[in-house]
Design a protein around this ligand. Structure first.
Ligand code: ZN
Length: 161
């Protein structure tokens, strides 16, 4: 077990572009394990990207309740539809906002064995994949949130119907 410190907004590492991983080595497998250990330690997190633990490499883990996905060099190869829903982030505790995302995405990546895989996800899984891939490009959900929807807990402005 290696639970890492989750970097918080304001840490410059969250705003940098992560580097592609040329090969899935034992060190990268350890990075994936650290990401999963750190994610599960949060209780409420559903995804974590390597820059959030200070590592500028393109690796993410996601678990929206359907099991752990470990993705190296994830890349969106197809997206369709739209969804608007609330989003939060382990690097911005307590903050949430409404974000427009694709409803369905297909992501190509390498798994922990270095094999190429594709994952298709809808709804929350699509949202989570897109959120984590954004982290690899230094993008936070607050950059994408609909104007006037970002706030803390019950103080968050509600979208009018
Ligand atoms: Zn996040």
């Amino acid at each position: 077990m290696a639970i890492k410190i989750i970097r918080q907004e304001g840490d410059p590492v969250l705003r940098q572009k992560a580097k592609p991983i040329p090969e899935v080595t034992p060190n990268i497998q350890k990075l994936l394990t650290d990401l999963a250990d750190t994610l599960y330690d949060t209780q409420n997190g559903i995804g974590l990207a390597a820059p959030q633990i200070g590592i500028l490499k393109r690796a993410i883990v996601v678990d929206v309740g359907q099991g752990l996905l470990e993705l190296v060099n994830p890349e969106v190869i197809h997206s369709e539809g739209e969804q608007v829903g609330p989003e939060g982030c382990l690097s911005l505790p307590g903050l949430s906002g409404e974000v427009l995302r694709a409803y369905k995405v297909t992501v190509k990546a390498l798994n922990r064995n270095g094999e190429e895989i594709t994952i298709t996800g809808e709804g929350l899984l699509a949202r989570c994949l897109l959120h984590e891939i954004d982290h690899l490009d230094g993008v936070l959900f607050t950059d994408r949130a609909l104007p006037g929807t970002v706030g803390f807990g019950s103080d968050r402005p509600r979208k009018k119907k």
